[in-house]
Design a binder for this molecule. Structure first.
Ligand code: ATP
Ligand code: MG
Length: 147
């Protein structure tokens, strides 16, 4: 098991609906430790940069409009295998296909307004963390060595 970092976003739909506290409770119940947090109101171009991998897809315009429509809560989570474990806790992209008890089953409205983002691999986690927290050295093992 590896101690990892991942980036999560409580998306504008869930944040506006007042589900941030419920979602953070789920993080805490799963031992996902919050090591950084920012409330952001993304510009369209920041949303486009974050989701650049999806540029050209049919949902790109609508997705980036949604992500820049209202405040969102961005966090870095730390934990054992947290990248995969967060994805399991989130559930499928489409809430209609998400397992019972997952964050998207509980709080998502539809396949686009689906409550939460989570990095899907170590490489994307590294890019996404640096996108919102540039220059921050966050890994616990690195911090511990400095104590
Ligand atoms: P995320 O990257 O936000 O954690 P994901 O990895 O489950 O979600 P992706 O395929 O990376 O899903 O899509 C990114 C986001 O784009 C989705 O979370 C959703 O908001 C939106 N999206 C994906 N597919 C569709 C679709 N078919 N129609 C509308 N929106 C979509
Ligand atoms: Mg994704």
């Amino acid at each position: 098991m590896a101690l990892e970092l991942t980036l999560t976003i409580i998306k504008p739909d869930a944040f506006s609906a007042g589900h941030a506290g419920d979602i953070i409770k789920i993080f805490e119940a799963n031992q996902f430790k919050i090591v950084a947090a920012r409330l952001v109101n993304l510009t369209r171009s920041e949303a486009e940069g974050f989701y650049a991998i999806h540029r050209g897809k049919p949902f790109f315009e609508s997705l980036t409009a949604f992500m820049s429509s209202a405040p969102a809560l961005v966090m870095v989570l730390e934990g054992e295998n947290v990248i995969a474990r967060l994805r399991e806790t989130m559930g499928a992209t489409d809430p209609a296909r998400a397992a019972a008890g997952t964050i998207r089953k509980l709080y998502a409205q539809d396949i686009e307004r689906n409550a939460i983002h989570g990095s899907d691999a170590p490489e994307t986690a590294a890019f996404e963390i640096s996108y919102f927290f540039p220059g921050i050295e966050l890994l616990a093992s690195a911090r511990a060595k400095q104590l």
